[in-house]
Ligand binder design. Structure first.
Ligand SMILES: [Zn+2]
Length: 129
């Protein structure tokens, strides 16, 4: 699991406690395995397809974060080089850099916001039902 999954919370169906999910619990969710609630020790699983889809999108958020940093570095470098070779003046270069940095932070805020989610975990259906 990547750092993107940090900050994911889960609400237990048995005791209604909201817990910050640990890496091993996130792994269990990722491979569709039931796991026990840290509070009441009862089995839980993520069954809602909508939430599963949202959980799976976390990995692409991590990738988005990485590629955004890479794009920003490239854009800043390009603006600097363009200033050196005379295609931009200092003010234009500064403006371009500021816009790039602003867009980057706006994107990171969005990513950060989407990462913090609370999953509603379901009780594992027992076989004798
Ligand atoms: Zn519980």
């Amino acid at each position: 699991m990547s750092v993107a999954t940090l900050g994911v919370q889960g609400r237990c169906a048995h005791c209604q406690t909201t817990l910050l999910l640990k890496p091993w619990q996130l792994n269990a969710i990722a491979i569709n395995e039931p796991f026990t609630c840290a509070h009441c020790q009862k089995s839980l699983e993520l069954r809602c397809p909508k939430q599963i889809r949202r959980f799976r999108s976390l990995d692409s958020l991590g990738w988005l974060r990485f590629s955004a940093s890479l794009t920003v570095c490239t854009a800043l470098l390009v603006a600097l080089v363009m200033e050196w070779i005379g295609l931009l003046n200092v003010t234009e270069q500064l403006n371009a850099s500021l816009i790039v940095i602003f867009v980057y932070f706006a994107l990171m805020r969005l990513v950060h916001h989407r990462q913090h989610m609370t999953l509603t975990l379901d009780a594992v259906r027992s076989l004798d039902d």
